[in-house]
Design a protein around this ligand. Structure first.
Ligand code: GLA
Length: 357
């Protein structure tokens, strides 16, 4: 569905500050593009875009962490690489939605490390999206957040070249303090699940291995899942019967087994949270990791070493998070247990919003 947005004239001199949070996925990995279940939450760290309208129909952007600049005419549609692809793609996709994107200067900053598995890509897309919409005088709830998640995903799929699903964008746009979001990708139904950690702590520890979904094994996994669906005659792997999936040739049988077992673990994690059973949540994180390592094969030696560090420090459970092939590991610590000092504590925070200047 594409909801056309009424045209409005940009307001020169207006200053906008938009925040797009990163996300942590508690459990439910590689299920989004397989019509399955996931349980992510937005975190307090994110990308901030400071935007000012200008009237010469040029967008001039500055990425603070890289100290790189780039400028393009709003009508330009040439392909770019790296962070530039996000900016040019967002301007183009918002135009497709019917937004009259005007000239702007964009300062891109924030406190979210790139490529570390905290979804810096979605945070950047969402912050750019909110900033350009606000400059055009459009409330994000007018097209609706689901539509914005689709716009952001199109930027990533078509302009950046990573065939990612909707998990990260939905988490960043719909996050709520003190809750995770149960997302059913078959229906796109979202349900907040209270995440009461008490004195328990969730931390992420960087494996030090950077990953790029556009050129990593992520697209290969998607292709394998698509092939498995074709062979099984189903639309998504989540619809497959376990007995039929087990007959697939390898590695497709293992890929399908991961998706089906991961959906079950998401259901169990929701029950564990409702019961306040944190040790059970920890055990589910570890079994998710085993499945991602053995069946989905997205772990690496650097990730395994990071999981081992968290478990040796006393984590009740730990698992690779995000697309895999590097990035961050998530660990759950009981009260009194000490996470490694280079781990970052994460808590559920608010979804994307505009900040006061
Ligand atoms: C990345 C993608 C998501 C999702 C996860 C794996 O973070 O951006 O769409 O597929 O990997 O769960």
């Amino acid at each position: 569905m594409r909801s056309p947005v009424p045209e409005r004239s940009p307001a020169p001199e207006e200053r906008i500050r938009a925040f797009g949070p990163g996300r942590v996925n508690l459990i439910g990995e590689h299920t989004d593009y397989n019509g399955g279940l996931a349980l992510p939450f937005a975190i307090s760290q994110g990308v901030i875009v400071d935007a000012v309208a200008v009237d010469d129909l040029m967008i001039r952007a500055h990425a603070r962490d890289l100290d790189e600049r780039f400028a393009f005419a709003v009508t330009q549609r040439e392909r770019e690489h790296g962070w530039r692809a996000f900016v040019i793609g967002m301007a183009a996709e918002l135009e497709v939605l019917g937004v009259d994107v005007g000239g702007a200067t964009l300062e891109i900053g924030g406190d979210l490390p790139r490529g570390a598995g905290l979804s810096s890509s979605a945070a950047l897309e969402v912050a750019l999206c909110l900033a350009l919409l606000a400059l055009a005088g459009i409330d994000p709830d007018e097209p609706g957040r689901l539509e914005l998640a689709r716009v952001c995903a199109r930027v990533e799929n078509e302009w950046v070249g990573a065939q990612t699903g909707l998990l990260d964008q939905l988490a960043s746009l719909y996050g709520e303090p003190d809750a995770a979001l149960l997302i059913d990708f078959a229906t796109l139904e979202l349900q907040p699940v209270p995440l009461k950690l008490g004195d328990w702590r969730l931390v992420v520890l960087d494996s030090g291995q950077r990953h790029e979904h556009a050129d990593g094994g992520y697209n290969e996994r998607r292709a394998e899942c698509a092939r498995a669906c074709e062979l099984l005659g189903v639309q998504t792997l989540s619809e497959a019967r376990a007995s039929a999936a087990a007959q697939l040739p390898e590695p497709l049988a293992r890929r399908a087994r991961h998706v089906l077992s991961e959906n079950e673990r998401v259901r169990s994690a929701v029950s564990a949270l409702r019961d306040g059973d944190m040790p059970e949540l920890g055990a589910l994180l570890s079994s998710s990791h085993a499945s991602l390592r053995e069946d989905f094969e997205v772990s690496t030696p650097a990730v395994e070493a990071t999981v081992a560090r968290l478990l040796e420090a006393g984590a009740a459970g730990a698992r690779i998070m995000g697309g895999g092939f590097g990035g961050c590991v998530l660990g759950l610590f009981a009260p009194g247990a000490h996470a490694p000092s280079d781990a970052l504590e994460v808590r559920p925070g608010a979804g994307a919003h505009l900040l006061a200047d």
